[in-house]
Design a protein around this ligand. Sequence first.
Ligand code: 8X3
Length: 255
Amino acid sequence: MLEKYTPQTVLITGATGDFGKAFAQRFAELGSKLILIGRSEDKLKALQSELGAQTHIAAFDMQDKKGMEAAIKAIPNEFKNIDLLINNAGLALGLDPAQNCDIEDWETMIAVNNTALVQMTRLILPIMTGNKKGHIINIGSTAGSYPYAGGNVYCATKAFVKMFSLNLRADLVGTNIRVTNIEPGAIQTQFSEVRFKGDKAKADAVYANTNNMTANDVAEAVTWSACLPPYFNVNRMEIMPTVQSFGPLTMERFD
Ligand code: 8X3
């Protein structure tokens, strides 16, 4: 039997989203201390009281670099020794062809999915190198490996997350810090409602009449990776519902 590891202090970005909540619940059950980051203080407080774990909350927008720096600086001493960072905050906006997309949607996806993720990682790395232990789990996506029509910048941001994760591994060899990119496919969450900007009917159609995976399933992959003994690193884990698969390459035909 493997000797399991229990992360002592887990920082979760996007903590009030479906994935974030599921991760927080799992690590609370394991007895980890939690730092929960999200935009809404009210939602963070509600989650905090639901969890019954030792939690520290920090409300700021991931696009606010100064807010992020201040919040990390202000983490109380008893939460400072973060040994698991889950870079979970991220979003897709729109599913239009590139030539019709809103440039601000593209900028927001790059800002949250990539810029904020590298900023947070850079802020937390010195804690982990100082302690000579730690684990960074990035929430990537199958979208980072397989293109699909309308995925344009969302897919590209997740390809960035995959490559950044692998490159962190390259740099962190010898530091005892693990890096994992968890790459879920379609999961039934608020993801599509955000992508379709509140159009619930369109979002519901994505998950209709099929057998979906949920945030709890992704939490299973995250906790399994995190609780492996520290010598055991999962580089990438790609997961998708059995009902999801690959489409053919397309070919333009002329009349
Ligand atoms: C979400 C997966 O397939 O909707 O990251 O792009 S998919």
